[in-house]
Write a protein that binds this ligand. Structure first.
Ligand code: B12
Ligand SMILES: *[C@@H]1O[C@H](CO)[C@@H](O)[C@H](O)[C@H]1NC(C)=O
Ligand SMILES: *[C@@H]1O[C@H](CO)[C@@H](O)[C@H](O)[C@H]1NC(C)=O
Ligand SMILES: *[C@@H]1O[C@H](CO)[C@@H](O)[C@H](O)[C@H]1NC(C)=O
Ligand SMILES: *[C@@H]1O[C@H](CO)[C@@H](O)[C@H](O)[C@H]1NC(C)=O
Ligand SMILES: *[C@@H]1O[C@H](CO)[C@@H](O)[C@H](O)[C@H]1NC(C)=O
Length: 417
C-alpha cells in the first residue's frame, strides 16, 4: 500500500513536471532503478588489468558515482600512465576529461591537444559529418580546461561545421552541441559579440537537425546515439523545434535495457550519464569524495536463455567493388552456427570453410572491429571501411554483439564514409 502511494506520487510528480516545465525533465522510476544499477555494475566490472583503458568508462563511472572503487582507481592509474603519442585527438580529449573526472591533473595533454587543434581543418566542405566527432570531443575537453585560449579554435571549428554540406549525423551533432554549449557558457563578459552570435547560430542549426531525429517512441537517431543526444538536448540554450518528451525517451531506453540491448560496456558508458541526470559538462565540477558506500540493488537475475542446441543457417556475402580493379569480388557462403551465436562466430566459421573469407579485427573501445577481409583493409586516409548489413539495412551493432537469426543474409560491403 505504501509502495503504491509512493508510486502514485511519483506519477503525479512526473505529470506536473511535463505540464509546467519548458525544458523537459525526466527521471528513472524507482522501481526501474535496479536495471540502471545492473548495467553500471556490468560496465564497472568490465574493467580489467589487461584491457585497453577506456576513458569513457571512467567518465561515466565518476558521473554516476562509482560502486567499484578498485576498478575506478585502476582505470585512473592506467590512464595517467597512458602514452599520448599513439592517441587520436578524440582519445586524448576523452583521457583529459576522464582524468579531470577523477580530480587528477592531465599534465601536458591539454597543451598537446591545443596544438593539434590549432592546425586542425576539415578535409573538405563535404567531409563526412563523422569526421567532426573527434574534433568535437577535443573542443569540449579544451573548453573545460582553458576556455579563453580555445575561443578562436572553437570559432573556426563552428564555422567549418556551418559550411559543411554532408548529411547530418546524430552522435556527432550531440557531441558538437556539448562542445559549443560549453564554449557559449564560458564566453567572457565584454568579449567580441560575434562569438556568441556564431555559437548560437550553429547550436540552433544542430539542435534543429537533432530534433528531426526524435522518433515517436522517444529514441533520438538510434538507441545507441540516444544517450549523447539526451545530454545535448538537456544542456543547449537552443530548444528543440520538435516537442521532446524526455520521460518517453527514458522509458523506451529502460525497456531496451531490459531487452538486453545495453551489454556492451561502451554502450553503457554513453547512456548512463543521461539516466543519472548528468552530462559531460558536469565533468569539471565533480567532488571526488569517496562514492557509494552501500552496494546497489540489482535486478533479479533474468532466467538464462534456454540453451537450444539447434543450429541456424546464415548466408554471408563479402563484396568489394571499390579497391583494386583485379581484386574485385562478390562471393557468398552459407554457414551453420549454433543458434544464439554472435556474428563473429559466423565470420570464423566462413573463414574455416573457405580461405577467401579470411578476416582480421582491431580492438577498439567498442570491441573488435573488422578491419580487413580477404586482404582488403580499411584505410582512414581513403575513408574506407567494411560496413555490415542485414539485407539492405546497416547493422547498428558490431560483430561481437550482433546475434543473427536463422536464414538471415549478412553482407560485408567495402565502402566509404
Ligand atoms: C566515426 C564512427 C565510425 C567510423 C570509424 C572510423 C573513423 N576513423 O572515424 C566508421 C564509419 C568506420 C564506423 C564503422 C562502424 N560503426 Co561506427 N561510429 C563512429 C562514431 C560516430 C564515432 C567513433 C569515434 O570516433 N569515437 C571517438 C574515439 C576517440 O574513440 P575510439 O574508441 O578510438 O573510436 C574508434 C571506435 O569507435 C571505432 N568504431 C567506430 N564505430 C565502431 C563500431 C563498432 C561496432 C566497433 C567495434 C568499433 C567502432 O572507430 C573509431 C575510430 O578508430 C560512433 C558514435 C559513438 N556514439 O561512439 C559510431 C558507432 C560506435 N558505430 C557504430 C556502428 C554500429 C558501426 C558499424 C558496425 C556500422 C555498420 N553497419 O557496419 C561499423 C563497424 C563495422 C566493422 N567493420 O566492424 C555504433 C555502435 C553501436 C553498438 N552498440 O555497437 C555507434 C555508437 C553509432 C551509433 N550511434 O549507432 N563508425
Ligand atoms: C590488477 O592486478 C593487480 C596485481 O597485479 C591485482 O592485485 C588486482 O586485483 C587486479 N585488478 C583487477 C581489477 O583485475
Ligand atoms: C541542419 O538543418 C538546417 C536547416 O534546419 C539545414 O540547412 C542544414 O543543412 C542541416 N545540416 C545538416 C548537417 O544536415
Ligand atoms: C553480388 O552478388 C549478389 C548475389 O550473388 C547479387 O545480388 C549482387 O547484385 C551482386 N553485386 C554486385 C555489385 O555484383
Ligand atoms: C552447428 O554449428 C557449429 C558451429 O557453431 C558447427 O561446428 C557444426 O558443424 C554445426 N552443425 C551442423 C549439423 O551443421
Ligand atoms: C557497397 O559499396 C559500394 C561501394 O561503395 C556502393 O556503391 C554500394 O551501394 C554498396 N552496397 C550497399 C548494399 O550498401
Amino acid at each position: 500500500m505504501a509502495w503504491f502511494a509512493l508510486h502514485l506520487l511519483n506519477l503525479l510528480w512526473a505529470m506536473a513536471g511535463t505540464s509546467t516545465q519548458t525544458q523537459s525533465s525526466c527521471s528513472v522510476p524507482s522501481a526501474e532503478q535496479p536495471l540502471v544499477n545492473g548495467i553500471q555494475v556490468l560496465m564497472e566490472n568490465s574493467v580489467t588489468n589487461s584491457s585497453l583503458p577506456n576513458p569513457s568508462i571512467l567518465i561515466a563511472m565518476n558521473l554516476a558515482g562509482a560502486y567499484n572503487l578498485e576498478t575506478q582507481k585502476l582505470l585512473t592509474y592506467e590512464l595517467m600512465d597512458s602514452d599520448t603519442d599513439d592517441m587520436t585527438i578524440g582519445q586524448l580529449a576523452l583521457t583529459i576529461m576522464a582524468l579531470t573526472s577523477s580530480c587528477r591533473d592531465s599534465g601536458d595533454r591539454v597543451s598537446i591537444l591545443q596544438k593539434q587543434m590549432e592546425s586542425w581543418a576539415p578535409s573538405s566542405p563535404n567531409a563526412q559529418a563523422l569526421t567532426f566527432y573527434e574534433p568535437s570531443l577535443a573542443i569540449l575537453a579544451l573548453c573545460q580546461k582553458n576556455p579563453e585560449a580555445t575561443l578562436p579554435i572553437a570559432a573556426r571549428f563552428a564555422k567549418s561545421l556551418l559550411a559543411n554540406t554532408s548529411p547530418f549525423n546524430t552522435d556527432t551533432g550531440a557531441v558538437a552541441t556539448l562542445a559549443l554549449t560549453c564554449m557559449y557558457n564560458k564566453i567572457p563578459v565584454g568579449s567580441e559579440e560575434g562569438y556568441k552570435a556564431l555559437f548560437v547560430q550553429v547550436l540552433k542549426n544542430i539542435v534543429e537537425n537533432i530534433s528531426t531525429r526524435i522518433k515517436d517512441d522517444g529514441i533520438i537517431g538510434s538507441i545507441y546515439s540516444t544517450g549523447l543526444a539526451m545530454q545535448a538536448l538537456s544542456v543547449t540554450p537552443e530548444q528543440p523545434t520538435t516537442e521532446w518528451n524526455c520521460q518517453e525517451t527514458v522509458d523506451t531506453i529502460l525497456n531496451e535495457i531490459e531487452q538486453g540491448k545495453f551489454q556492451n560496456p561502451m554502450s553503457i558508458a554513453q547512456i548512463l550519464p543521461s539516466l543519472k541526470d548528468k552530462t559531460y559538462l558536469d565533468v569539471p565540477y565533480l567532488s571526488c569524495s569517496s562514492d557509494h558506500e552501500e552496494q546497489p540493488t540489482l535486478p533479479n537475475e533474468p532466467s538464462p536463455a534456454p540453451t537450444s542446441a539447434s543450429n541456424i543457417t546464415v548466408t554471408y556475402t563479402i563484396n568489394n567493388q571499390l579497391r583494386g580493379v583485379d581484386l574485385l569480388f562478390n562471393v557468398t557462403i552459407d554457414v551453420s552456427v549454433k543458434s544464439g551465436s554472435v556474428l563473429l562466430v559466423v565470420l570464423e566459421e566462413a573463414q574455416r570453410k573457405n580461405s577467401m573469407f579470411k578476416f582480421e579485427t582491431t580492438m577498439t573501445s567498442w570491441g573488435p572491429m573488422v578491419s580487413s577481409i580477404n586482404n582488403i583493409a580499411e584505410n582512414v586516409n581513403h575513408k574506407t571501411y567494411w560496413q555490415f548489413l542485414s539485407g539492405d539495412t546497416p547493422l547498428n551493432e558490431g560483430v561481437a554483439d550482433y546475434i543473427p537469426f536463422d536464414h538471415e543474409h549478412i553482407t560485408a560491403n567495402f565502402t566509404q564514409y
